[in-house]
Design a protein around this ligand. Structure first.
Ligand code: PRX
Length: 643
């Protein structure tokens, strides 16, 4: 059933910006003549000086990626100033609070004024082009204002998701030596408060680079302010002018850093630059969602993740859209919340994650069916593979079989969507991200990097660059080359595995490296392992992903205690709490198994393949275990599997 083709509806194709023939023509042109194609697309954003050079990319050697390199622009102008004449009084952001009684609408003119005030405020604090500003905010309008004010100054923003711990916040601030932190007193989620300022204070004990902290008043909760360092947002901004000059930025000047987990070491600072990223954000938002002027568009992500960057803020605002920002969670105050918000604000395009769909699917159809959802036109999915069952539930119950689903595959590194159906052009298959967008050249390679043609399964790589691609890892260009371009020489390696069917459709099978995807949140197993071994009673730990009905993957930890330590239930709970505190609640282990020993090769390498199989309870096919130093370890682990 999952391979069933759901044809493009004639009424959608008739009106769509891109139909099947146009998609093919665009794809061909972008492949044959990338310079010509992107020269034709680049004016979707505002340039102070139009670029004459389009693409300049080398995936070999030191790896150099440049797009539109002699162009000059400011991202905030594309998102704000140029809309003032035509849509100044149109709503730019609809804010829907955690509490269903609280909401707000901000027009483009108002947003422009707020951004300019903060721009002036930050400039008064000494922030200038190239400085790094950390943003640790909940889903409030100030988050978008802060991003755009940084962009206006040319300061590089680095957003840290509000669910990360003080330690995680501190290490991200330290890595890019941010000079200013923008936070709020507290956040709100599902009726509870999140102690952002308290977390920030804790983090800042380890962050000498921070000179100022700007604090938005959100809940009004009582928080200490440190004289000379901390300033309330309103005290800083209320006295400022509501106009501010945008800094002229080179197309390849950085726009933001966003930390993401990899297979090894600390999270990497993924760096995106200005021109190419903005073109890609606008191009993909308009075409994948077939966005029409006047529509209400809602992406449920958090601005702490790349989806929030590209598809709540930069893409929609560049396209003059009305973008909805939601502070809350899908199940508060009830499991109808998403659908109620859709009706309340007459949302036309809705973009969410499979984990949310699976959780809501469990609640049955009634909470959906009691709402109208007639305004919906397009549905989207992102963050992890969507299982066909969840896809079909979403299609039938939420979209009433009327709305195409765009299953969008992409990554923090790719800046925006790379593989996705286009609603008017590409027939869908439940569970498949389908075909690449114009300008995207995916391929499957085997373990040696040999390209595999036709229907096959392999490692997913990209053979050429697209404008929204990350340019480097902040402060470590060598690691950039090493991480993405050395596994398969001259190709960008995604870290994902995929299958391609006879129609050329891509089915993402998940990560093939030591990264796990928990509810669409990307975690490095190495980070969780180092948090565990930092506990005084832990000698060694190995972490793998395991299949999980709701989260997609759960976190399964094998823990070896130091000799003399007792494996008690109390200690198990303590370790779960420890990881939550070290990294954040999103990294809380789902299972901890006490492991007297870990399966290792004679050279001491942990055989994760075996650990993954045991966690998944697939112990029949453990494969070759002949290289194990001590095969008895495996039997013990199988017998004492948790869950
Ligand atoms: O494994 C893929 C999965 O999420 C990874 C990227 O995670 P992150 O950088 O946090 O960005 C998430 C939002 C773009 C990918 O390597 N992934 C993302 N979207 C999909 C997906 N897997 C399958 N289908 C998708 N639509």
């Amino acid at each position: 059933m999952s391979d069933a083709l759901i044809a493009v509806k004639p009424e959608i194709a008739a009106k769509a910006r891109i139909d099947a023939a146009k998609y093919r023509a665009m794809y061909e042109q972008a492949e044959k003549d990338p310079d010509g194609f992107w020269r034709g697309e680049m004016n979707r954003i505002a340039w102070m000086k139009a670029p004459t050079k389009i693409k300049n990319v080398d995936f070999h050697g030191d790896v150099s990626i440049k797009w539109f390199e002699d162009g000059v622009l400011n991202a905030s102008v594309s998102c704000l100033d140029r809309h003032l004449a035509t849509r100044g009084d149109q709503v730019a952001i609809i804010w829907e609070g955690d509490d269903p009684k609280s909401d707000a609408k901000v027009t483009y003119r108002q947003l422009h004024a707020q951004v300019c005030r903060l721009t002036n405020g930050l400039r008064e604090l000494g922030v200038k082009k190239g400085d790094r500003v950390c943003i640790y905010l909940p889903m409030i309008v100030e988050a978008a204002v802060a991003m755009l004010a940084c962009a206006r100054i040319g300061a590089i923003h680095s957003i840290v998701f509000g669910g990360f711990s003080p330690d995680s916040l501190a290490s991200r601030i330290q890595d890019s030596e941010c000079s200013v932190l923008i936070t709020a007193d507290q956040g709100r989620r599902g009726g509870r408060t999140v102690p952002l300022k308290t977390n920030a204070d804790e983090a800042l004990k380890q962050c000498p680079s921070i000179r100022h902290v700007v604090v938005a008043k959100n809940t009004g909760g009582d928080v200490p302010m440190q004289a000379g360092r901390d300033i309330w947002w309103s005290d800083l901004c209320d006295r400022q002018k509501d106009t501010a000059e945008p800094e002229p930025m080179g197309a390849e000047d950085p726009l933001f850093i966003l930390y993401t987990s990899g297979s090894t070491g600390k999270p990497k600072g993924v760096l995106h630059t200005t021109g190419g990223y903005m073109v890609w954000a606008s191009f993909t938002h308009e075409n994948v969602f077939d966005y029409r002027d006047g529509e209400i568009y809602w992406c449920t992500a958090d601005v702490g993740w790349v989806t929030g960057h590209t598809y709540i803020v930069y893409g929609p605002l560049a396209n003059g859209a009305t973008t909805l920002m939601f502070e809350g969670v899908p199940n508060y105050p009830s499991v109808s919340r998403f659908w109620e918000v859709i009706d309340k604000h007459q949302v036309n395009i809705f973009y969410t994650a499979p984990t949310a769909i699976r959780a809501l699917m469990r609640e049955g159809e009634a909470p959906v069916k009691k709402t109208s959802r007639k305004s919906l036109r397009i549905l989207g999915s992102v963050g992890e593979p969507i299982n066909p069952e969840a896809w079909l539930w979403y299609y039938r119950n939420v979209g009433d079989e009327r709305c195409p689903i765009v299953d969008t595959w992409w990554q923090t590194e790719t800046g925006g969507i790379l593989i996705s159906p286009l609603p008017g052009a590409i027939a869908q298959k439940p569970g498949s991200a389908t075909l690449p967008l114009p300008g995207v050249k995916p391929a499957l390679v085997d373990g040696e990097g040999k390209i595999i043609e036709g229907a096959a399964e392999g490692n997913l790589v990209l053979l050429d660059s697209w404008p929204g691609q990350m340019r480097t890892i902040y402060g470590d260009h060598a690691r950039f080359g090493q991480t993405y371009f050395s596994t398969f020489k001259g190709m960008y390696f995604t870290g994902d595995g995929a299958r391609r069917d006879a129609d050329g459709y891509y089915w993402i099978t998940g990560r093939v490296d030591d990264v796990i995807n928990v509810s669409g949140h990307r975690m490095g197993t190495a980070e969780i392992e180092s948090a565990l071994v930092a506990h005084p009673k832990v000698a060694e730990a190995a972490v793998v992903g395991m299949p999980h009905d709701l989260k997609g993957q759960g976190i399964y930890c094998y823990v070896t205690l130091k000799s003399g330590e007792e494996p008690t239930e109390a200690l198990r709970k303590e370790l779960v709490a420890w990881v939550r505190k070290e990294i954040g609640p999103i990294a809380a282990p789902d299972a901890i198994q006490w492991a007297p020993g870990l399966p290792k090769t004679r050279s001491g390498k942990i055989m994760r393949r075996i650990l993954r199989k045991i966690a998944a309870n697939e112990t029949d096919g453990l494969g070759d275990t002949s290289t194990l130093a001590d095969p008895t370890v495996v039997q013990d682990l199988i017998e004492n599997r948790v869950g």
